[in-house]
Design a protein around this ligand. Structure first.
Ligand SMILES: [Mn+2]
Length: 483
């Protein structure tokens, strides 16, 4: 997914119901995926316990009387009496492994029995509709030292919060719960002698964000599964495009394949734009007819075991790039390769962007799309009219994963330095809208983005999605094979 760098936190991608189509046979599924795919794969209980232990250690550093309260994702209304399919909050999942709504986790820095989990109570009738609930027993199996069920648990939770001197709240999307915590901690109308004035509420999201930024080995394996399923989906979409008359068939080729290989969700809504729609960055309707000779841009990522891929490929539906399409594609690829080369320990996250923009700007001058000498065109920023967006974001449980890009001022220019275990996308693009009337007509309606998932390794990087064809030669070859 294209990156609006530094405004990521404002974006919330709500998933639509899965597309139901006849699945398209995936032609060259990565060997690791196999025929079965990765249905219902999950990280082990020990993974979540270790994450809690790390947070617990942070709480201890804050002093006695510190607890963390972590809240699950609220259910999301869709329309009428329908809700969106439930997907747990990423922070909550990372610390608990619990997939249910209406759950609250508490970590107590002072206690050896540190982890309390509050869950929905068992309900035979509701479970007949919605499936089994964890209940207290299930919560204990997931590693809780103590577990209680709502609504009776409400009192216990309130007591824990009232007893604490410092409450570290991790609640990303539950506004009502945040307000409730404020009401409990700082009740209105209490006088100055009330103990509430000594309590401190701390926003704990940043602590978890920084933990999530560095991926552990088990997370990298899960991310690779998501990427491999995504590769199978992209190949199926490429195959579908050879005979498709509508973008929906291409999107469906991806969606059907990744679902059949274990992706309950995609990490964000699939972008499948042909021709002029390849220039629409967040094009989601995917329902226009495909014109002969168009480029097809597919930005799509499967979510497997809660980790999502984010991969973009652009290809000619005819099977062969036109001269102009090829020129733009080669330029974007050159910029992407240069930016990927800068993904290594010790480099700064933003360096790849700077290198890619210089290449794109110079290339746009060479192609006659921008006029003037290269240095002044670059300095003026004129290229951004065609390059549009940032080219990299962290990736993991969220497509735009957590962790700061800017560190405190003065620390290597205030930019985040890359270290092994970080996973990020590299995704430059060039977009020449159909209605760009001041541009030579031969260029109009060409939109190209190439995006891969890159892991920072001790000696450089690994392109986790590199098996999906990227070069003009390889893309044309695979299209020929898929025909
Ligand atoms: Mn992306």
């Amino acid at each position: 997914m294209y990156s609006r760098l530094f405004s990521l936190s404002t974006l919330l991608y709500v998933l639509t119901a899965p597309v139901c189509l006849n699945s398209v046979a995936a032609p060259a599924v990565p060997a690791a995926v196999g025929k079965q795919g990765f249905h219902a794969v999950r990280l082990p209980v020990s993974f979540f316990a270790e994450n809690r232990a790390r947070l617990h250690a942070e709480l201890k550093k804050m002093g006695p009387g510190t607890i963390a309260v972590i809240k699950s994702m609220p259910e999301q209304h869709r329309n009428g009496d329908s809700t969106h399919m439930y997907r747990q909050d990423s922070d909550f999942y990372y610390l608990t492994g619990v997939e249910e709504a209406e759950s609250v986790a508490v970590l107590d820095a002072d206690s050896n029995q540190a982890y309390t989990l509050y869950v929905r109570k068992r309900d035979q009738r509701r479970e007949a509709y919605d499936g089994a609930r964890l209940g207290v027993e299930g919560a204990l199996k997931l590693g809780a030292d103590k577990a209680e069920a709502f609504p009776a648990a409400e009192d216990s939770l309130k007591k824990l919060v009232n007893k604490a001197q410092r409450v570290v709240l991790v609640s990303n999307f539950d506004e009502d719960f945040r307000r409730k915590m404020l009401d409990w901690i700082y009740p209105l109308g209490s006088d100055n002698n009330h103990s509430s004035h000594k309590r401190i509420l701390v926003d704990g999201r940043h602590l978890v964000a920084e933990m999530r930024l560095i991926k552990q080995a088990a997370e990298i394996d899960m991310l690779q599964r998501a990427v491999d399923v995504t590769i199978a989906g992209h190949l199926a979409a490429m195959k579908a495009s050879r005979t498709a008359t509508n973008e929906g068939e291409v999107a469906g080729g991806f969606q059907g394949t990744v679902r059949s290989l274990g992706a309950r969700f995609t990490g964000y809504d699939t972008i499948a734009g042909a021709g002029r729609n390849s220039c629409v960055l967040h094009y989601l309707t995917n329902d226009h007819d495909i014109e002969t000779g168009s480029l097809m841009l597919l930005d799509a990522g499967a979510e497997v075991g809660y980790y999502t891929a984010d991969v973009t490929r652009t290809w000619p539906v005819s099977g062969q790039f036109s001269k102009e399409q090829k020129a733009i594609y080669e330029l974007v690829l050159k910029a992407q390769n240069a930016a990927i080369d800068l993904v290594k320990p010790g480099r700064v996250h933003h360096e790849g962007f700077d290198a890619a923009m210089r290449i794109l700007s110079d290339g746009l001058v060479d192609l006659g799309l921008l006029k003037g000498d290269k240095d002044s065109v670059f300095k003026s920023g004129a290229y951004s009219r065609f390059t549009m967006h940032g080219i990299s974001h962290w990736i993991g449980l969220d497509v735009h994963d957590t962790g700061d890009y800017q560190m405190e001022a003065g620390k290597r220019g205030g930019q985040r330095v890359l270290v092994p275990g970080m996973a990020l996308t590299v995704e430059p693009g060039i977009y020449i809208p159909k209605d760009a009337n001041d541009v030579d007509a031969k260029w109009r309606g060409i939109g190209v983005r190439i995006e891969d998932v890159i892991l920072v390794t001790p000696d450089g990087n690994r392109n986790m999605s590199g098996k999906l064809p990227r070069t003009v030669k390889d893309v044309e070859a695979v299209l020929k094979k898929l025909n």
